[in-house]
Write a protein that binds this ligand. Sequence first.
Ligand code: ZN
Ligand code: FE
Length: 255
Amino acid sequence: MTLQIETIPCLSDNYAYLVHDPVSGETVVVDVPEAAPILDALDSKGWTANQVLLTHHHFDHVEGLPELLKHHAAKVVGATADAHRLPPLDIAVAEGDTVSIGIETGHVIDVSGHTVGHIAFHFPESSVAFTADSLMALGCGRVFEGTMPQMWESLSKLASLPPQTTICSGHEYTQTNARFALTIDPDNPALISRVGAIETARSKGQPTVPSVLSDELATNPFLRAADPAIQAHLNMTGADPADVFAEIRLRKDRF
Ligand code: ZN
Ligand code: FE
């Protein structure tokens, strides 16, 4: 890990991230829910943002961009597929394209489902991925625009990253996600102990993100649709994991 990551709480429950390369001095902002906390964090670090990576078009991920750009002459990177509804982009990217911070390369992954055109950024050298509203701590984004099979495919791509990958997601929804996860996977000891740690962190006002992919693989019900205990609990033993995922996502929508 050479990149430094700062987690910035924004609005009521959003997160933006600062990614700083101490070698080149470059700083990247991932998503801009609102400008003030990001500007404050940049100021207190003495960093200048030279790039903004946008994950998707929802207002709670882009609203602060114009104000941020008044103070930092950053290049804006976002999905080609969403160029018509994102703020003006300097660089449009799609899956297979790369971005760079100093000498580190980030890979663009299409994680459509929550929106069509949602992208994630994976930096293998520093072992970190910015997933916003696709894979979240103990959860995943609601499927607003894409299809359930598409969201399952997107989550499966993220699940196949190296397990030590740090997952930087877009919201503090973890406590609700934890209560829901226990209804799907009640006997999972790793989940039970993680829920305890989440309750403790939140009672102290601490963020529950970033998380680590290995913990998500062990406890996040949306990644565990192939797990025999979960399938049995849902009366779906032997079902296609994509269908089990869809059932879990529908139950979360009603939770
Ligand atoms: Zn969103
Ligand atoms: Fe969001």
